[in-house]
Ligand binder design. Structure first.
Ligand SMILES: *Cc1c(COP(=O)(O)O)cnc(C)c1O
Length: 458
């Protein structure tokens, strides 16, 4: 039976107790963290919406699966179960486990990118772009313009602008484009989906130019939810079938299992080409581990295989995205500007519109995330100029159009009352937004600076 509301298709069997903090404790904690929510201690956080990565709740079946871990160095039974599950649910024949998504990105980038190459994608992702650059490539954004406009309500803001692919091939030639990398439910655009019609057009473009199509499938099930809701002809197709169809249009996939698949750690690189698989196996032993575990324990591969089957359950995904929409609508109802449509894994506050008095060089989204924690104990993260980093050649700041604070909902972890508290906290910050000051760096790491940077108020 299909639920009418987004009510959860599970009940709670164990709980994790939280510490409640005082205003004075939080004032001290955020100062000590250099106004970077990544540097807070988890025990000082009440509602942790930093990320949906690795912090989901595993099911009783996944926990039971841990006991079936086969920790043999080579040929673990759990590897074969994972490989068969990936093929059954995601279509890819060969699977190379990695410690997490960026491990897969590293191997893929090293295998396919040569110095001077261009790698088009539907918006950058932090680790993905960095591995492309470290391998000698240059990322080129080919997402539709609407994705960079927080106010556009385009139903598929993850779509690719084929004209941008055409322009790139005219400029650099297909020989210098090793692959097109398409993310499903684009994280940096606000958890926005790509349509099947558009993905088929990208597939056709790749076939026409002899270019490989890579799928960053970290949030493929959430993308399938939006296709079922919004794309013509898919209303009665199951999430499982839509997920399979999305994957089957692509050649290679990188996966961070810490998101959709609801495990605490893990990832994989998957593909259909036997030669490429052999080369990936030769590299994975250098960076991750033998090709039948790649940095994962056997028990974790078992939990992952089970998590994949749960992630494509229709009731699960409707509750997951339904909870995000509930929070988004509540915040929007309070008059706070957010990215629309509400995305699949997070609500993104538009810091540019909330804090128009703070120039981008003083990190409005970073300032807003710090203040939200300070007054409420809700932890969020910056997705703006700090996350965008510097151009690897000129050293200038990338200046993204979007200056966002991400409230990311872990899967199966928080209740509706937690969402209410979060919305109230955001509303409270909104009321005193005028008094929030900008920040400046006291420490700026060279790579992926958002994780460990420190700031002080200007
Ligand atoms: C998280 C993420 C990655 C990287 O995965 P890790 O497991 O964190 O290394 C890559 N792409 C997208 C879209 C992600 O959200």
């Amino acid at each position: 039976m299909r639920q009418h509301s987004w009510a959860e298709p599970y009940k709670i069997k164990a709980v994790e107790l939280l510490k409640m903090t005082t205003q004075a404790q939080r004032d001290a904690a955020i100062r000590e963290a250099g106004y970077n929510t990544f540097l807070l201690r988890s025990e000082d956080v009440y509602i942790d919406l930093l990320t949906d990565s690795g912090c989901g709740a595993m099911s009783d079946r996944q926990w039971a699966g841990l006991m079936r871990g086969d920790e043999a160095y080579a040929g673990s039974a759990n590897f074969y179960r994972l490989r068969d599950t990936v093929e059954e649910y995601y279509s890819y024949k060969y699977t190379v486990p990695t410690h997490q998504g960026r491990g897969a990105e590293n191997i893929l980038s090293q295998l396919l990118i040569k110095d001077g190459d261009y790698v088009p994608g539907n918006m950058y992702f932090t680790t993905t772009r960095l591995h492309q650059e470290l391998a000698g490539g240059t990322f080129v954004d080919v997402i539709i313009d609407e994705a960079h406009d927080a106010e556009s309500e385009h139903p598929f803001k993850g779509n690719v602008d084929i004209a941008k692919l055409d322009a790139l091939v005219d400029e650099v030639g297909a020989d210098n484009i090793p692959y097109v990398c398409i993310a499903t439910c684009v994280n940096m655009a606000g958890g926005q989906p790509i349509s099947l019609v558009n993905l088929r057009a990208v597939r056709a473009w790749c076939d026409q130019h002899g270019v490989t199509l890579v799928h960053d499938m970290t949030r493929v099930a959430e993308n399938a939810h939006f296709i079922q809701r919004r794309e013509d002809g898919y209303r009665d197709t199951s999430i499982k079938d839509i997920v399979y169809e999305l994957c089957a249009l692509t050649d290679i996939a990188t996966m961070s299992s810490k998101k959709d698949a609801m495990v605490n750690i893990g990832g994989f690189l998957a593909m259909n080409d036997a030669d490429l698989y052999e080369r990936a196996c030769a590299l994975v032993v250098v960076y991750e581990g033998l090709h039948t575990y790649g940095g994962m324990a056997g028990r974790d591969m078992e939990a992952l295989a089970i998590g994949i089957t749960e992630s494509v359950n229709d009731d699960h995904i409707h509750a997951r995205v339904g909870q995000v929409e509930y929070l988004g609508n509540k915040i929007r109802g309070a008059g706070i500007p957010i990215v629309l449509p509400i995305g699949g894994h997070a609500v993104f506050l538009d810091a540019k519109r909330m804090l128009p008095h703070i120039p981008q060089e003083q990190f409005p989204a970073q300032s807003l995330a710090a203040e939200l924690y300070r007054i409420s104990g809700v932890r969020s993260m910056e997705r703006g100029i700090v996350s965008a980093g510097r151009d690897s050649v000129t050293g200038e700041n990338h200046k993204p159009e979007l200056e966002l604070v991400r409230l990311t909902i872990p899967r199966r972890v928080y209740t509706q009352a937690h969402m209410d508290v979060t919305a109230e906290a955001v509303q409270q910050v909104g009321q005193t937004a005028d008094s929030i000051r900008g920040l400046r760096f006291t420490y700026e790491p060279k790579l992926l600076r958002f994780f460990q940077a420190r700031f002080e108020p200007v």
